[in-house]
Design a protein. Structure first.
Length: 256
């Protein structure tokens, strides 16, 4: 089942999305997509773990050696936004690119989880676009605040799909299209550290909680983003996440 969260008439609602992409309330009432705002599908986001260079081809295109241990950094909830929502390009930068990533969402508390038990702790999957500002990336050990922690620069969704509905995640196709042009293509088969490994690894360090998310990295394929661009990150059997790029002024307006 596909679980989503939307804002409708000022009220946050939990809905399901059927195979015909109808948005349904628990009582079967159908919502018109044009009348909703998509939200992060995880109702209470916990720790957001993100992986640097978890695809060897992406490491190579950036002239880095593939890591021998997971390069993990944490992201704030301020970075999250929903499907078909705006993300902004900061002023005075040279290069901002997308990163299509499979996100595994933790469903129950766990510590010191063995690899063979890891998938029992996964509730389901979603898609994120973990935008990066390459201007400030000193090296891959330090994806600093200016690179990875800006408001709205980790759209996620459209929905959380149950683990059993996806099945085997070892060879899922990932693509990114910018204004309809295919600019990134890869497969989860090329992950250096797979989801069971990451659950085991992270749970040795800290207790995993429901709502924690593991963004598992991105394959090669870079393109600079500009205001007006529409970016669609799609993962086979999981979903397609659409994001609209706006300028910093458009995003914040006169708010600050």
């Amino acid at each position: 089942m596909k679980h989503a969260r939307v804002l409708h008439n000022g009220v946050e609602l939990d809905i399901t999305v059927d195979d015909a992409d109808r948005l349904l309330l628990a009582d079967g009432t159908e919502l018109n997509e044009t009348e909703v705002t998509w939200l992060c599908p995880v109702k209470q986001p916990g720790t957001i773990f993100a992986l640097g260079l978890n695809y060897a081809d992406h490491a190579s295109e950036l002239a880095f050696e593939p890591p021998t241990e997971p390069l993990v950094f944490l992201k704030g909830a301020n970075t999250l936004t929903g499907h078909k929502q705006p993300s902004y390009r900061p002023d005075d930068i040279e290069f901002q690119h997308y990163e299509c990533e499979l996100v595994a969402v933790i469903g129950k508390e766990g510590k010191n989880i063995a690899r063979e038990d890891a998938m029992d702790y996964i509730a389901g999957y979603t898609v994120c676009n973990d935008f990066a500002i390459r201007d400030y990336l000193e090296n891959y050990y330090r994806p600093n605040l200016r690179v990875k922690s800006r408001d709205s620069l980790c759209p996620i969704g459209p929905w959380l799909i149950d683990k059993d509905d996806v099945g085997d995640i070892s060879n899922l196709k990932l693509t990114t299209r910018v204004n309809g042009e295919l600019t990134q293509e890869g497969t989860t088969a090329d992950m250096i550290f797979d989801v069971p490994f990451l659950v085991e690894y992270l749970s040795k360090i800290m207790t995993l909680q429901p709502g924690d998310m593991i963004a598992t990295g991105t394959p090669k394929g870079l393109k600079d983003m500009q205001p007006g661009d529409v970016v669609v990150c799609e993962i086979e059997k999981v979903g397609a996440l659409e994001t609209h790029i706006v300028s910093e002024q458009q995003f914040y307006g006169d708010k600050y």
